[in-house]
Each structure stands twice: as structure tokens, then as C-alpha cells.
Design a protein around this ligand. Structure first.
Ligand SMILES: C[S@@+](CC[C@H](N)C(=O)[O-])C[C@H]1O[C@@H](n2cnc3c(N)ncnc32)[C@H](O)[C@@H]1O
Ligand SMILES: Nc1nc2[nH]cc(C(=O)O)c2c(=O)[nH]1
Ligand code: SF4
Ligand SMILES: [Mg+2]
Length: 193
């Protein structure tokens, strides 16, 4: 759908330069999705993998975030193989609702109520990032934390439109449950892509 070089705004790798490749197509249907224009894969141009790698290579950063849309609706093996052969670290942002494909250096799973994550994807999560839309999401977060490895980093991220309302509760939750960390969409505060 689009590519851009920016700063990873969310989660464990927040603050690190990365080239983003946003793949079109998503069937999860989150009501609060901040990139709904990605849902229809056919609405976007197709790019050759070699051209994506060449575009990423124009920048000094050597981290690539593959996101979407839902990137795991595609077979990510050819793209990640080409990126790693060119010297990039491959990071994915996924809901986990489709089978895992690709070779990944960092897997961020952000499960959704709208379409359940697959156990095989949760089992490979380096990072679990729960979007907090209302108070019931803390219990839901714990249910998913029980499904990932004990080494998986745990993040709570306020849903953007509800951030002003939910962030105080999120802060109190992390203070009381310190194995969780706060993740903010820092790129939105910085006004960068
Ligand atoms: C747009 S999604 C694309 C990748 C994948 N479909 C997924 O949901 O993980 C990228 C990240 O943005 C998060 N996100 C999407 N809309 C958001 C919103 N309104 N507020 C906070 N986070 C949001 C998702 O949970 C996910 O972690
Ligand atoms: N800067 C920046 N960081 C991000 N982290 C995850 C994003 C995404 O949409 O997947 C995202 C994004 O869209 N921009
Ligand atoms: S899974 Fe990701 S891209 Fe799909 S609707 Fe939800 S937030 Fe948006
Ligand atoms: Mg985003």
C-alpha cells in the first residue's frame, strides 16, 4: 500500500529508525482501526520485492517494519528473505489472525476481539501489544498474556481516540501490575508518519 522511512512509534522498538512497508488487505475489521484505507488490497498498487528492498536501501536505517493491513494475509517468506539477505532486520506488526509466514527478527502481536489470534502466532510473539479501548480490555489483556511465552514483553497501548479517557486507568494498571509496560503511539504526538 505504502512505504515510508520514519521512527518506530510503538512498543519495544519505539524511537528506532525503521523503513515501513504497509501491505494492503485486512479482514479483521477493528472498529477503531487507524488505517482503514488499507483493508481493500485491490485498491492499492503492487510492488516488486526487489524494488521494495531497493527503496529501503536508500536510507541508512537497517530495520524494516512490515505492517498493514494484516501482513500475514500474504506469504511473507519471499519479502523477509530478500530483506534479510540485503542486511535488514525484519520486524512485523500483526494481529495474529492468520498463519505465520516469513523469517522475523521481531514479532509484535496485537490481538483483536474482532478475529481471534492463532495460538501458533502467539507462541512466537516477542511482544504482545494490547490496545486498551475500555476497562474490560485489562482482563482481556491478561487472558492473552497467559497464551504467550514467559519471555514475551507485555505492552498496553491506549486506543487513540480514547487515549485521554483511558490513559489514567492504564497508568494505574501498570503501576499495580508492573510486568506490563505503557506503549504510546509516539509518532502521532510527534506528527510524523
Ligand atoms: C494498523 S495495525 C496493522 C498491523 C496489524 N493489522 C495489527 O493490527 O497488528 C498496526 C498497529 O496499530 C495498532 N492500532 C491500530 N489502530 C489503533 C488505534 N486507533 N489506536 C491505537 N493503536 C491502534 C494495532 O493494534 C497494531 O498494533
Ligand atoms: N511511526 C510509526 N510507527 C508505527 N508502529 C506501528 C505502526 C503501524 O501502523 O503498524 C506505525 C506507524 O504507522 N507509524
Ligand atoms: S487488524 Fe490491524 S489493520 Fe486490521 S483492522 Fe485491526 S488494526 Fe486495522
Ligand atoms: Mg499506524
Amino acid at each position: 500500500m505504502e512505504q515510508f522511512y520514519t521512527i518506530q512509534g510503538e512498543g519495544f522498538n519505539t524511537g528506532r529508525a525503521a523503513y515501513f512497508i504497509r501491505l494492503g488487505g485486512c479482514d479483521v475489521g477493528c472498529v477503531w482501526c487507524d488505517v482503514k484505507e488499507s483493508w481493500d488490497a485491490d485498491a492499492h498498487p503492487r510492488y516488486a520485492i526487489a524494488d521494495l528492498v531497493a527503496s529501503a536501501s536508500e536510507h541508512p536505517g537497517r530495520n524494516v517494519v512490515v505492517t498493514g493491513g494484516e501482513p500475514l494475509m500474504h506469504d511473507c517468506l519471499p519479502l523477509t528473505k530478500a530483506l534479510q539477505e540485503a542486511g535488514f532486520k525484519t520486524w512485523i506488526e500483526t494481529s495474529g489472525a492468520h498463519p505465520l509466514s516469513g523469517n522475523w527478527d521481531w514479532i509484535c502481536v496485537s490481538p483483536k476481539k474482532f478475529k481471534a489470534p492463532l495460538p501458533e502466532v502467539l507462541a512466537h510473539a516477542d511482544e504482545l501489544k494490547i490496545i486498551v479501548f475500555n476497562d474490560s480490555d485489562f482482563k482481556w489483556a491478561e487472558e492473552h498474556a497467559a497464551l504467550v511465552p514467559s519471555t514475551t514483553r507485555l505492552y498496553l497501548q491506549p486506543e487513540w481516540s480514547r487515549a485521554a479517557r483511558m490513559t489514567p486507568a492504564l497508568i494505574e494498571y501498570v503501576k499495580a501490575n508492573p510486568r506490563w509496560q505503557v506503549s504510546l503511539q509516539t509518532h502521532k504526538y510527534l506528527d510524523i508518519p
